[in-house]
Design a protein around this ligand. Sequence first.
Ligand code: ADP
Length: 620
Amino acid sequence: MKRIFYIFIFFIIVFIPLGMYAYSLNISSSLFNLERIYSKNTVLLIYSSILISIIFTLYIISIVRRLILKRKTSKIFKQEVEEHKKTAQFLQISQERFDLAMKGSNDGIWDRNLMNNSVFYSERWKNMLGFKDSEFPNDIKAFEDRIHPDDIDKVISRFHNHLDKKTDYYENIFRVKHKMGHYIWIHDRGKAIFSKENIAIRIVGTHTDITEKHIAEEELQQYQNQLEEKVKERTIELQEAKEKAEESDRLKSSFLANMSHEIRTPMNAIIGFSDLLTDPDINDHQKQEIIKHINKSSNTLVYLIDDIIDIAKIEAGQLKINKSECNINQILADVCNSFSESHNLKSKDSVQLKLMKGIQNDNFTIHTDPIRFQQILINLIGNGLKYTENGFVECGYMVKTENNNSHLEFYVKDTGIGIQKDKHEEIFNRFSKVEDDKTKLYRGTGLGLAITKNLVEMLDGKIWLESKENIGSIFYFSIPVVEFKGLHTPESEKDYSLKDWRNNTILIAEDEDSNYRVLQMALKRTNINILRAENGKQAVEICRSNKNINLVLMDIKMPELNGLEATREIKKVRPELPIIAQTAYAMQEDEEKTKNAGCVDYLSKPIKTKVLISTLNKYL
Ligand code: ADP
């Protein structure tokens, strides 16, 4: 349309002046036949006015068109401005959103141009490493130099995997050196932009400082590992405990069967020989023989009961150690002598008992528990003699010094049946009996070595052994040498001699007839006057009324008033009167109780005549 209009205008502008010129040249043509109607000037005027009005019209039209165009343009412009504004606003909002998100997440940004290898690190990115914005160059090498040497290969390989489009995005956790010299843990994530030719041209990403999280995770992992380790250990422990419980069950059953045998054997001897004593036909020599057997069996029973009580106390953690002066050579000699005496009964002349003193000075004493030390020796020498048929049992000791600490190393060596190597630990377990001799039955409960080991350890020592089957065994134990600093009362000062006490009166407080009879007979040869109280109440009354009493032997467990209360009452009226406790409660703490009640001394049942006399000798 526009084209036709311009052509029309062109024709008007070109042909009208041409027509006018032709007319002025009197060219007659059908086209210019207007002279017939108008004069020459009038026509010119008309053409001119037409031309002017056309030009004017065109001018007006062009102005109008321009106005319309201007309006349109300004509208479009306005729209564009509007849109631009909106885009700018949108951009600003998303920029703000991005900034806020980055600040909120505390992440740093990196932007790397892969075409010219330039890089941009955000301020936060640099702050993470301890640098101000201006302190760290926007330089890839500067960053790569700070990556931990152990992590650099992993970082590079993952980065290139993504650039090679093997992964959808880049992600890595590694260590980067902080300005202060330590390493921080970074979680690095990024995404590359690729050209149409699939070449990575730019990669943008974030850095997150995960040091605290990583440390927490590591600690958590450690705890988890420890927990797993504990669970494993606990499972093993439980398994072991279960096996032990089963083993202990088995041992207990065999112990009970064994125990029955061990109790019945001496009981059988005691009852049988006691019956024989009533036979009027037996002579004095046979009587002595029978009494020895009764004595031996009674001792066996007492040892057995002591062992049972000891093991129960050990298991309850109630076995107490009472350290005092301990004359080593004296105790060794006593133990060996008592074995030699009873040894004859065994008619084992083929076995010799030898003693080798490590220190010749007989006054050599150390600070340890003499009763328990003696018990250890009795158990080991007793076993040596029990398990040896030919040869010897030798007991001795030597002084050893390590790192300025001295200890005595004792040994009990025998030439007996020996112990298999794989049983060397087992024999220290309670109830364990390992001998495999089918030809001979060895008596015993399997408690002796368990008690011995505990006692040695309670005396701060160690016990171990060397043994070969059918050759013999050496049991060793050590005891630290601690100097005795208490009052020195040598064994030699103990007085076992029988005296004539016809001018003395003793009160025996004892409810059991048999026990009273034993004491009465034991004291018979001293000619002492004996009074008897059958309970605590009587004892107090007799002491109150009879001023001649020189000493009281006080049983503790009695009816009406027990021995401790009776002692307290008597002490109120006769504070100077020596009262000696005699009781079947053979525990350490019982001795203390009697001393607290006012007793001067303590005799534990069964009371040996020798011990009774030496104790009374102290106070009469
Ligand atoms: P038992 O009362 O049975 O002797 P122990 O606890 O004293 O109990 O000893 C445990 C086991 O160790 C014994 O049953 C025996 O098998 C073995 N044993 C201990 N001492 C010796 C030794 N000197 N020679 C050979 N075997 C021994």
